[in-house]
Design a protein around this ligand. Structure first.
Ligand code: FEO
Length: 166
């Protein structure tokens, strides 16, 4: 059985994963209406789907442990971006925020002696390592490319290979 404290913290994480899914969906839409960013578009549609899975995993866990997953209202995410560099730096900042939140949850689960939740959260700890790595790699590549159009062409073509192959 979940304590009220843990239930509330997990519900906050449900909100965060849902916000991530919405934010990346908006990024996919922005990329889709730019010329020549088909790879980036597919990447963010996929990221959005994955975040929804992260949310659902939490929803099912909360309900299965005798809690109640409260599906939240969502604020509108950022819709437009001044550049592809800004798009990907927002992506990294967002993932860092999620990692901090997961770390706080892990800490709380230990403080509350909720070892089942602590165990459950390890999947998210590992997932964040991967997602941060991907976001950092993509930001590094974009920094190298700068304003080089042919570099950007290759970046868009190869973006799916940079991810973890999920
Ligand atoms: Fe589910 Fe990328 O945080």
């Amino acid at each position: 059985m979940l304590s009220k404290t843990i239930q509330e913290a997990l519900n906050n994480q449900i909100l965060m994963e849902a916000e991530s899914s919405q934010a990346y969906l908006a990024m996919a839409c922005w990329a889709e209406i730019q010329p020549g960013l088909e790879g980036v578009t597919d990447f963010f549609y996929l990221q959005s789907d994955e975040e929804r899975q992260h949310m659902l995993k939490l929803v099912r866990f909360v309900n299965e442990r005798g809690g109640f997953a409260a599906i939240p209202a969502l604020p509108q995410p950022m819709l437009t971006f001044p550049s592809i560099g800004k798009l990907f730096s927002e992506f990294l900042q967002h993932e860092l925020k999620v990692s901090n939140s997961i770390n706080d949850l892990v800490h709380l689960s230990l403080a509350e002696k909720d070892y089942a939740t602590h165990n459950f959260l390890q999947w998210y700890v590992n997932e964040q390592i991967e997602e941060e790595r991907t976001a950092r790699t993509l930001n590094d590549k974009l920094e190298m490319i700068g304003d080089d159009r042919s570099g950007l062409y290759l970046f868009d073509r190869d973006i799916m290979n940079v991810t973890t192959g999920k």
